[in-house]
Design a protein around this ligand. Structure first.
Ligand code: UD1
Length: 357
């Protein structure tokens, strides 16, 4: 069986790595890896391949940045001949990025079967580009692998045949569990005992400059109590430059370049709390039991709120401050690990894929 994987953006890499590894253990499986090049900076892409020991891509389409239409169209145009040449039996796509939906559309028209890893997540907010990508990808996929029960419920509500849907658990947590021992070796000598780890990159947060400035002011205030460590996504870096970043950088607010996986995980395991708008960080902090404040009105990962340590603070900086106070005064929300977030999700996917060989 020939399986072709499509990855393109940073959060895809930690999801594809364990699935490729699990499939490589099965006889009769040949794998091809296609990198769309949606993310291209070394610290957004190459370093993840090295640390996660992902084989070099067989094809790198180097699409780069652009508007959503440009990026999606460019991926489709360059991916169609790749599929025609490689003739895979199944294409696996990951998450909710533009690369995912673009590859799915190409395969659907060529009648090539697609499996979607991380299916069924819904924020119910169609102003998010990722939500559009999720809806389209799930409607057209042949195999849907969900990380939690809420995903199965969402897909059933949208009329997707239950026979295509498999609850497998969370592949991102597979990678986290595998990498934890190595992350523990990444000591950051400059880190104090207590610090807040911040990531912000959603367009709804960082493309709104007055709001971005208000968030930075709040982070500065928090920085007077505990150090704030903020690895800055390229999109956010561009916006901060427009907002006059130098007004904010200070000893107690450390603005860093995007970090490699192991360094970021090392910080996450030791953080007093995380403040984020990322999907993956909501999940990782729930697994690690680290308090998480999510600066969004909604989440496609409600299990991290219902079961885990995540609190949706919305666009309310007063709430950020008050939840921060609760955490640093020793009264965090607490939480538990969701079922099947056990390091074995990719193995389940491999078994199901090969059962359909
Ligand atoms: C994308 C995903 C988002 C995911 C995020 C993780 C979509 C719609 N969004 O958002 O779901 O959470 O990746 O990082 O697919 N840039 C660089 N270097 C890079 C990559 C991007 O400088 O290596 C800059 C580009 O100039 C671009 C901006 O960052 O303008 C945003 O990149 P883009 O791929 O459009 O989306 P992300 O915001 O990264």
């Amino acid at each position: 069986m020939h399986i072709l994987h499509v990855v393109g953006a940073r959060p895809n890499f930690m999801k594809a790595a364990p699935v490729m590894r699990a499939l490589s253990l099965l006889p009769g499986v040949r794998q091809t890896l296609v990198h769309t090049g949606q993310h291209y900076d070394a610290n957004m892409s190459d370093v993840f391949f090295q640390e996660l020991e992902i084989p070099a891509p067989d094809v790198n389409m180097q699409v780069g940045s652009g508007s959503h239409a440009q990026q999606t169209a460019e991926i489709m145009t360059r991916f169609e001949p790749v599929v025609l040449e490689h003739k895979p039996d199944l294409v696996l796509v990951y998450g909710d990025v533009n690369s995912t939906v673009a590859a799915l559309l190409v395969c659907s028209k060529l009648l090539v079967r697609v499996g979607h890893v991380e299916a069924g997540l819904r924020s119910f907010d169609r102003t998010m580009p990722e939500e559009v990508n999720r809806l389209v990808t799930d409607q057209l996929s042949d195999l849907l692998f969900t990380p939690s029960e809420d995903g199965n419920r969402n897909l059933a509500r949208e009329g997707i045949d239950a026979s295509k849907v498999h609850l497998v658990g969370n592949v991102m947590i597979d990678t986290l569990i595998r990498m934890l021992p190595r992350a523990a070796e990444r000591l950051q000598s400059w880190l104090p005992d207590r610090f807040a780890l911040v990531t912000l990159h959603r367009p709804s947060n960082v493309d709104d400059l007055p709001w971005l400035v208000q968030m930075l002011e709040t982070l500065q205030q928090i920085g007077r109590d505990v150090m704030v460590v903020f690895p800055v996504h390229p999109r956010t870096r561009q916006r901060l430059a427009e907002a006059g970043v130098n007004r904010f950088a200070a000893n107690h607010l450390r603005l860093l370049d995007p970090l490699p996986y192991l360094d970021f995980l090392a910080l996450q395991t030791r953080a007093t709390l995380v403040i984020t708008d990322s999907g993956g960080v909501q999940e990782e902090s729930t697994y690690l039991g680290i308090p998480c404040l999510t600066v969004r009105e909604n989440t496609e990962r409600p299990i991290t709120v219902d079961m885990g340590t995540n609190i949706l603070v919305g666009r309310d900086l007063g709430r950020v401050r008050s939840e921060f106070e609760s955490i640093v005064s020793g009264h965090p929300k607490g939480g538990a690990r969701p079922p099947l977030w056990d390091g074995k999700a990719a193995g389940r996917i491999a078994q199901i894929v090969c059962g359909k060989c």
